[in-house]
Design a protein around this ligand. Structure first.
Ligand code: UD1
Ligand code: CA
Length: 451
């Protein structure tokens, strides 16, 4: 059985009241449409055909490379939207799945079940239905006395009696491909001047064919987004889904509803997340870590057994056994080797801190390379920027940088060297030497301490 999928995403989303197309509104850092594409990729290798129209270029760019795009110049309805994909999809598959980009919670598993249902029954189409108290403006499913699906009536066209029906059209379908391409062009125009995909049900039924419903039991999946109230509901549901998956695989969350993990993040077993932790982008976290409370981590690789409290990490790398915070800030290119300790009010940018190095209090390191076991005294600053260019600082193994040292880059501090409190270092300090003062000068050479 081969499957191809259409994702409808051409509508404007008027009720969002936004300059951004509805399907690009983010849910946990990714555009809504991205989630539909992910779900489709769980059931087929081929890229889905995404129907775009309103702000087509912006939508295309947001998910470029993840889909094939078909432009629907005028949004003449859901049947018209699917018909646009015919040139791309005809003769490519036995089954065509159709879903919408404003239904981001529909799972790959559900799409799989729907396709499987269509494959194993003789009728031309199957559709997802749900029984829900909140009708959300969905189309109502009309059935005959035997419970067979007869038609779908849109809420706006429904009678009082029909509106009371609680069996809803989720808006996700599986079709026999040949039947679909044959019948789509025959869909009649509605009184509103649109071509509804739901008319295909009437057409199948009046031709004496059976339409197979598949009942969705997880009501989170039917959260469709038409307003920003729905967007918040969808975000909360996605958060629950992602957090649940990590908890079941061995991650502790003290308060899951206050823990925000974006979909591409990975976490190791026995890691503990405290409230108000935000893990974003391509972040990966190892085993046995403790993160938060009040921590934001973006695109960062964190090793095992790291501890991070009330800090902000962006595009950084932490090896194992690193501890940071409270109030640490790692910026792009910060690389903390095994066992580094970074205490309160530190900032590190584009720098490597060797294994076991310590930076306890109120320091800035930018464009610096530190060897192992360096002690960075309180208030140490790399003066890496002269107003025009950035310059590097190098600090050798076991060096001891005194409190409030200004390292005026470019500058090199040798292995085992020391600086006195308040030194302003403008020239290189050789290994095994002590430099003090403003500007700092060497006043003593040590025996090579060898360590
Ligand atoms: C549709 C269904 C309704 C179902 C509901 C579930 C129809 C006629 N009605 O209504 O029975 O309960 O979905 O969510 O299908 N789109 C296009 N091009 C168009 C029109 C729409 O790409 O010309 C896209 C929209 O961007 C959206 C999706 O199709 O992603 C659904 O369209 P929308 O207008 O939201 O339909 P509903 O009124 O929600
Ligand atoms: Ca909708």
């Amino acid at each position: 059985m081969s499957i191809q999928t259409v994702i409808m995403a051409a509508g404007k989303g008027t009720r969002m009241h936004s300059d951004l197309p509805k399907v690009l509104h983010p849910i946990l850092g990714k555009p809504m449409l991205w989630y539909s594409i992910q779900a489709v990729r769980e059931v087929q290798d081929a890229l889905p055909a995404v129907v775009i129209g309103h702000q087509a270029e912006a939508v295309r760019q947001a998910v470029d490379g993840l889909a094939r795009f078909v432009v629907q110049e005028k949004q003449d309805g859901t049947a018209h939207a699917v018909l646009q994909t015919r040139t791309v999809l005809e003769n490519q598959a036995d089954i065509i799945l159709v879903t919408s980009a404003d239904m981001p919670l529909i799972s790959g598993e559900t799409l799989q079940t729907l396709a499987e249902t269509q494959r194993t029954h003789s009728g031309p189409m199957s559709l997802l239905v749900a029984e829900a108290q909140d009708a959300r403006g969905f189309g109502r499913i009309l059935r005959d006395e035997n419970g067979m699906v007869q038609a779908i009536v849109e809420e706006t066209d429904a009678t009082q009696e029909q509106r009371a029906i609680r069996l809803l059209n989720v808006g996700v379908y599986a079709f026999d491909a040949a039947w679909l391409w044959e019948n789509l062009p025959r869909v009649p125009v509605s009184p509103k001047g649109e071509y509804y995909i739901t008319s295909l049900i009437d057409m199948a039924v009046s031709a004496g064919q059976q339409v197979q419903p598949v009942v969705l039991s997880d009501l989170d999946e039917i959260i469709g987004v038409n307003t920003r109230v729905h967007l918040a509901e969808a975000t909360a549901a996605m958060q629950r889904r992602i957090n649940r998956r990590w908890m079941l695989s061995g991650v502790t969350m003290i308060s899951p509803q206050d823990t925000w993990i974006e979909p591409q993040v990975t976490l190791g077993q026995d890691t503990i997340l405290w409230p108000n932790t935000h893990l974003k982008g391509r972040t990966t976290v190892g085993q046995g870590c403790e993160i938060g409370p009040n921590t934001i981590v973006q695109d960062t690789v964190i090793g095992n057994r790291c501890k991070i409290v009330a800090s902000v990490l962006e595009s950084a790398v932490l090896e194992d056994d690193v501890d940071i915070g409270p109030f640490g800030h790692l910026r792009k290119g910060a690389h903390l080797a095994q066992g580094v300790h970074m205490g309160n009010f530190g900032e590190v940018k584009n720098s490597y801190l060797g294994p076991g190095s310590k930076m306890g209090h109120f320091s800035y390191l930018g464009d610096a390379t530190l060897g192992p076991n360096v002690n960075v005294g309180a208030g140490t600053i790399t003066c890496n920027y002269d107003g025009e260019r950035k310059h590097p600082t190098t600090i050798g193994a076991n060096a001891f940088i005194g409190s409030d040292t200004m390292l005026v880059a470019p500058v090199i501090i040798g292995d085992n060297a020391r600086t006195g409190a308040g030194a302003v270092v403008t020239r290189n300090v050789p290994e095994n030497s002590l430099a003090v003062g403003v500007p700092a000068r060497v006043i003593r050479k040590f025996e090579n301490r060898g360590k």
